[in-house]
Design a protein around this ligand. Structure first.
Ligand code: 3MF
Ligand code: MG
Length: 343
């Protein structure tokens, strides 16, 4: 049987400058044209955007100006054989978003967040993608009593509904994360995101993007989170990476901490035919220790690991596994998986 080819995507923030909470950037900023060149050189097909990656001054521009700027970005992509995968409104860096956007206790900040998100929808449409990603970064609390969680759910639904009404085509993929930068986030898991989606104005246009590390931070198995979303036809994007236990968000190379967990993620995607429905994105970070000229290696490695694991999945002795399962000999199944991965 012929296999669908996987298509890969990356965001400009994945070619970062090595800053962390304890130290400033250690590498020069990568000009946007170089991000695109690196993506092409590494065999990626699509670019993921924050709204202001595509249109830097969108808050001071008219809708016509936003559309014009995004269309010229679309042309720049097309000239290099690339397309936009999605746009996400970057609310979390703006002074108005300091206590979250949609769930801020300040009504002026909530209004700003919705206005900014609608502008981001305009950016997406002009870039030629219908997909918006919503990572609710600061939609949560550091002090639990500071926000009302019942009200917060309503506010999140209102925000999604506002985005849905900005275009009849737009689809929204919620990217849940349980913590960081907040202590406790209102949409920590895929279950929360999918449940919220059913309460929006047009549930058919609300789905999810799953990041491996975010699931691990919630104490969940990323492949099961993916399976749950796939079963509902709602897995509209993935951010594959890795995470070594419960600590700060590490955005490690895919498979770097748990190769078997990475195999399980590729297997669930492969068995569901994800290659023909969505991009494989890597939300990975270059280590601070990398010099500028070697600061894309994490992307190359993640993609190489993914493709090797696709081969591992395709060569996995499924009929032997089925015999182990039929005999309920899960120790034999365990050994089969480990020998296959080691082999
Ligand atoms: C944070 C993330 C984000 C989102 C991105 C797209 C900066 O942990 O994963 O990366 O993926 O904003 O919405
Ligand atoms: Mg991500």
């Amino acid at each position: 049987m012929a296999h669908a080819e996987y298509r890969f995507s990356v965001g400009p923030w994945n070619l970062g400058r090595g800053a962390d909470p304890f130290g400033p950037p250690v590498r020069p900023a990568v000009p946007f044209a170089d991000v695109l060149r690196t993506a092409v050189d590494l065999g990626f097909h699509a670019i993921q955007f924050h709204d202001d990656d595509a249109v830097p001054d969108l808050e001071t521009m008219t809708p016509a100006q936003i559309t014009k700027a995004a269309e010229s970005m679309r042309k720049m992509l097309a000239d290099m054989g690339l397309v936009a995968e999605f746009v996400a409104a970057r609310l979390w860096e703006h002074p108005h978003g300091v206590d979250g956007g949609y769930t801020s206790n300040d009504p002026a900040a909530r209004k700003w967040a919705i206005d900014r998100s609608k502008r981001a929808v305009d950016v997406a449409m002009a870039l030629g993608t219908e997909l918006m990603v919503m990572w609710p970064a600061r939609e949560g609390t550091g002090v639990r009593e500071s926000k009302d969680p019942v009200e917060a759910s309503r506010q999140l639904i209102a925000a999604i509904d506002a985005m849905l009404s900005a275009s009849p085509k737009v689809r929204i993929a919620i990217e849940p994360k349980p913590n960081e930068p907040v202590d406790t986030a209102f949409l920590p898991t895929i279950g929360h995101a999918l449940a919220l989606g059913t309460r929006c104005a047009d549930p058919a246009r609300v789905g999810v993007l799953i990041e491996s590390a975010h699931a691990i931070l919630a104490g969940l198995d990323p492949s099961d989170e993916m399976g749950f979303a796939l079963a509902a036809g709602k897995l509209w994007g993935v951010h594959l990476n890795d995470q070594n236990g419960l600590k700060y968000d590490q955005d490690k190379v895919f498979g770097a901490a748990n190769l078997r967990g990475a195999f399980d993620q590729v297997r669930v995607l492969e068995r569901a035919g994800y290659a023909s429905t969505g991009y494989v994105g890597f939300d990975v970070k270059a280590q601070r220790t990398q010099p500028a000229e070697k600061a894309a290696a994490h992307l190359a490695t993640s993609k190489a690991v993914f493709l090797k694991l696709v081969e591992k999945v395709r060569t996995f002795p499924e009929s032997v596994a089925a015999q182990c399962i039929a005999a309920r000999d899960y120790e034999a199944l365990e050994r089969l998986v480990l020998e296959h991965l080691l082999g």
